[in-house]
Write a protein that binds this ligand. Structure first.
Ligand code: NAD
Length: 425
C-alpha cells in the first residue's frame, strides 16, 4: 500500500467458497484492507479461511448474534447462503456497515423493498456482487454499444451455459438444489445475466415471459442398475456425472492443485489430497448419484423480455459441454457477438470489415475469477469506501434485475404467460 493510503477494515460473514475468496483477494491488495473479523456457523470454515489467507489476528465468531452485537469493520462482505442475505444485510446496515452482498439478493418482492428502504435510511453503500459488470469483455461490449458505432441496439440474445458437471454440482448435488436454502435457478444462476441484459438494454424491463423445467436430473433418468453413490456404481468410469471422473480424475489432470474450486468444495483439508477428496465423496453430498438427489430446481429455462425503450431480449439458461456466456447484440447498423468461451468479441458493422477483439488481451490473460471481475469488484469496493468513487451499479439497479428474475419465475409457474415486471400500484 502506498503511503497515506487509508486502510479499510473488513469483516467476512460466511467463510465458504466465496467468503474465503473475498478474504483472499482483500489480503492480496497490498495492505489496502485489514481483515478484522470472520463469522461462520462452521468453525472449520473459519479456520480454513484463516489458514488460507494468513489472517490469524482476525476475531472469530460462530455465534451470529454475538458477531452482530457491534460494528466490527468498515465493510462487511456477506457470502452466506441465499436465504440469509436480506436479514443479515439489514442488520449490518443498522450497525452502519458498507456492504458487499452476494447475489442473489432475494426472491421476494417484499424483501427487496425492505432492503432498499433500509439502505436509503442508513445512507450506506450496498454493492451486490455482480462482478461480471467489471469483466473487461462485458465492459468493452458496453463501450461499443454506447459509442453508437453499430447504430441503435434493438435486440439481445444471451445464453448462460454452465458446464454439465458444474450444473450438477451447484444445482443438483449441492445445497443450491433445494429451495429451502437458495433461490430459484433463474436468480441463482442468471442474476448476473439479467443484470447485464438490463444494463446493455439501457432501460427498465417492462414485461417478460418464461418457460423451463426440471427435465433431466431426476430418478427416472438414472442409468439402469446405477447406485445411490458413485463409488458403489457400475458406471463410475463411464457416467459423465461420475464424481470420481469429475473430482478425482480431473484433479489429477489439472496437476493436483493445492486448494482450488471445485475440489475445495469436497474437502477443506489444505492441501487437498486424493484420499481427502475420496473421503469427502464417500460421505458427502457431491458423491451422490446426480439422478437421485431429489433436486428441486429447473435444469433449463428461457426468458423473453421487452424493455421500456423497445429493446427485446432473450436469455437461455442451459447446461453444456463447456462453460461460457454468449451475448449477441443486434443493432440498426451492425451486429456484435461476445463469446466468453472463445474469449472473443466480433464487431460487424453492416457493409464494413469485421473486427475481432481478443478479450484475453484486455484482461491481461486473466481467465479465473469471472474474467477478472472478482478482483475488480474488491478493488472498486475499496475506492468506494474511501470516497474516491461512486459504485458503478446501485442497489436499486440490482433490485430491478432481481425483479426480472422474480417475474420470470411467476411466468414459468403460469406456463409462460406474459408478466409485468412491476406490479400495478
Ligand atoms: N457472485 C458469484 O458469481 C457467485 C458465485 C458463487 C456463489 N455465489 C453466492 O455466494 C453465496 C455463498 O456461496 P458459496 O458458494 O460461498 O457457498 P458455501 O456453501 O461455500 O459457503 C457458505 C458459507 O456460509 C456459512 N453459513 C451458512 N449459514 C450461515 C449463517 N446463517 N451465518 C453465517 N454463516 C453461515 C456456511 O457454513 C458456509 O461456510 C451464495 O448466495 C451464492 O449464491 C455467488
Amino acid at each position: 500500500m502506498t503511503e497515506n493510503k487509508k486502510q479499510v477494515t473488513a469483516a467476512i460473514l460466511g467463510c465458504g467458497s466465496r467468503g474465503a475468496l473475498f478474504c483472499e483477494l482483500m489480503t492480496k491488495m497490498d495492505g489496502a484492507y485489514r481483515i478484522t473479523a470472520l463469522c461462520d456457523i462452521s468453525d472449520e470454515q473459519i479456520e480454513k479461511t484463516k489458514k488460507l489467507c494468513s489472517v490469524y489476528d482476525a476475531e472469530s465468531f460462530t455465534d451470529r448474534d454475538k458477531f452482530f452485537e457491534k460494528k466490527r469493520a468498515d465493510v462487511l462482505a456477506i457470502a452466506t447462503p441465499d436465504r440469509e442475505h436480506v436479514a443479515q444485510a439489514i442488520r449490518a446496515l443498522e450497525l452502519g456497515y458498507d456492504i458487499l452482498l452476494e447475489k442473489p439478493i432475494s426472491d421476494s418482492r417484499e424483501e427487496l423493498s425492505a432492503l432498499l428502504e433500509a439502505q436509503k435510511k442508513s445512507g450506506r453503500t450496498v454493492i451486490v456482487c455482480h462482478e461480471l459488470r467489471y469483466g473487461k469483455g462485458y465492459m468493452k461490449c458496453e463501450e461499443i454499444l454506447r459509442s453508437g458505432r453499430l447504430g441503435r441496439l434493438y435486440a439481445i440474445d444471451a445464453s448462460e451455459r454452465a458446464t454439465y458437471w458444474h450444473w450438477a454440482q451447484a444445482y443438483v448435488r449441492g445445497a443450491g438444489a433445494y429451495l429451502e436454502l437458495s433461490h430459484p435457478a433463474i436468480l441463482a444462476k442468471c442474476s448476473h445475466d439479467l443484470d447485464l441484459v438490463q444494463n446493455f438494454a439501457g432501460s427498465e424491463c417492462e414485461s417478460l415471459s418464461s418457460v423451463g423445467g426440471l427435465d433431466f436430473f431426476k430418478e427416472e433418468n438414472a442409468p439402469e442398475g446405477s447406485a445411490e453413490r458413485c463409488f458403489d456404481c457400475k458406471y463410475v468410469e463411464s457416467c459423465p456425472y461420475s464424481a470420481k471422473r469429475i473430482y478425482i480424475d480431473l484433479w489429477h489432470k489439472e496437476g493436483e492443485p493445492e486448494f482450488v474450486w471445485p475440489y475445495n468444495m469436497i474437502t477443506l483439508q489444505i492441501p487437498n489430497t486424493e484420499e481427502a477428496i475420496r473421503e469427502g465423496l464417500r460421505t458427502g453430498r457431491y458423491g451422490r448419484c446426480a439422478f437421485r438427489c431429489n433436486a428441486e430446481k429447473v435444469d433449463n429455462q428461457m426468458v423473453q423480455m421487452t424493455f421500456k425503450n423497445g429493446v427485446k431480449a432473450s436469455l437461455k439458461m442451459v447446461y453444456a459441454a463447456e462453460a461460457g456466456r454468449r451475448f449477441a447484440f443486434y443493432c440498426t447498423g451492425g451486429e456484435m457477438i461476445f463469446d466468453a468461451r472463445m474469449g472473443t468479441i466480433e464487431v460487424m458493422p453492416f457493409g464494413e470489415e469485421r473486427e475481432t477483439i481478443d478479450v484475453k488481451k484486455l484482461t491481461g490473460g486473466a481467465h479465473v475469477g469471472h474474467g477478472g471481475g472478482d478482483k475488480e469488484i474488491i478493488r472498486e469496493l475499496y475506492e468506494i469506501v474511501c470516497g474516491e468513487k461512486v459504485a458503478a451499479t446501485s442497489l436499486a439497479e440490482s433490485v430491478e434485475s432481481h425483479l426480472m428474475g422474480i417475474a420470470a419465475e411467476e411466468s414459468r409457474a403460469l406456463g409462460g404467460a406474459l408478466v409485468k415486471v412491476h406490479r400495478e400500484a
